[in-house]
Design a protein around this ligand. Structure first.
Ligand SMILES: [Zn+2]
Ligand SMILES: [Zn+2]
Length: 344
């Protein structure tokens, strides 16, 4: 049986499974409009996910072919994976923020050898040990590497412009740019009275930006062509404050479940990151590379048990925190390779 929730006021959510992933599922939202149903996100690119989406729609009397448009909160494959297939089956448009559309374009055009070089180089600068970098070099030598997810992700047809209403008949859906989790992540604010009269301002499709029980991964914005030292954690914390001030009556996130009291959840997350930054400062009493920092930070399991790919993600997250401390003037970068940080 498809897991479908009627959120009332012409909004539904459909649980679309993410195979072999502890997150379990993506909540794909369906929004009724004057020109037909519009999806917010689509789910992971897998036949079982596609079947769950189709079955969920079917239980609401909607066929995939009826979909009028797809609004994508961000480019990650658990959100954007099925967008191309939905477009093929329905002729729907796909809308995305320009910064994430750029990521999709880069990933599609990525030259595997160049991407591997970039990753290996980045890990070396982060202080990764040789045995961690070696498999990347070996893959490059042997020409292996056509398994990156997102290689066939769909290019969007429309741009989501921050602050503007989306072009939807009979609905007021405004795009709020919330960079941090990705450079072009957007939340979508349904500026309509809450159907059950909950106090606050409308409802918010929050994607991965604001979730009730987990914190989204904040890493680095990976772009081999851009050497700018970005501050994704700073972006994320700013975006969080913006959503807190918006004070929506209810949040409809892309994972877990709907919840009220967005400002309270925002405060929790701000506190969590403040605590993490403070803990990091203690570690930085001695100079550390991002890799050494990641080894010493707290994760959902001991460092020794974190698999290869997840270590890369953890190092990226550690570096995002280190950069934030530098921007705040609480740490500095020492010259040399690998990059080393120390508390001020
Ligand atoms: Zn995501
Ligand atoms: Zn997600």
């Amino acid at each position: 049986m498809p897991q479908v929730i009627d959120h009332r006021g012409g909004v539904w959510s459909i649980e679309v499974p993410i195979p072999d992933n502890p997150l379990g599922h993506t909540l794909v939202h369906l929004l009724d409009t004057g020109r037909g149903p519009v999806l917010v996100d689509t789910g992971w690119d897998d036949p079982s996910s596609w079947d769950a989406l189709a079955a969920g729609l079917d239980s609401l009397g909607v066929r995939i072919g009826d979909i009028h448009g797809v609004v994508v909160t961000h480019h990650h494959p658990d959100h954007h994976g099925l967008s191309g297939q939905v477009r093929e089956a329905s002729g729907a448009w796909i809308a995305m923020h320009a910064a994430d559309a750029d990521v999709v374009r880069r990933t599609r055009e990525a030259e595997p050898a160049r991407w591997l070089d970039y990753l290996a180089d980045k890990l070396c600068r982060a202080g990764a040990p040789d045995e961690h970098v070696a498999p990347l070099r070996a893959a490059r030598e042997q020409g292996r590497m056509r398994t990156l997810p997102g290689l066939r992700a769909a290019l969007p047809d429309r741009e989501i412009v921050p602050g503007e209403l989306l072009d939807l008949e009979d609905r007021h859906l405004r795009a709020i740019w919330t960079p941090g989790h990705t450079p072009g992540h957007v939340c979508l604010h349904l500026e309509e009275d809450h159907p059950a009269g909950l106090p606050g301002h409308g409802r918010l499709f929050s994607g991965d930006h604001l979730l009730p029980g987990i914190t989204p991964h904040i890493g680095l914005y990976e772009d081999p062509d851009d050497a700018t030292v970005t501050d994704p954690l700073g972006d994320y914390l700013d975006s969080l404050e913006r959503i807190g001030r918006l004070a929506p009556a209810e949040v409809l996130p892309a994972h877990q479940h709907a919840f009220a009291d967005a400002p309270g959840r925002v405060r929790e997350l701000l506190g969590h990151h403040e605590e993490r930054l403070t803990g990091l400062l203690d570690l930085l009493a001695q100079p550390l590379t991002p890799w050494q920092t990641a080894e010493r930070m707290e994760w959902n399991r001991p460092w020794e048990e974190i698999p290869y790919g997840s270590r890369n993600i953890a190092v990226s997250e550690a570096e995002a925190h280190l950069r934030r401390l530098v921007k705040l003037g609480r740490a500095e970068v020492l010259s040399g390779t690998p990059t080393t940080y120390v508390a001020l």
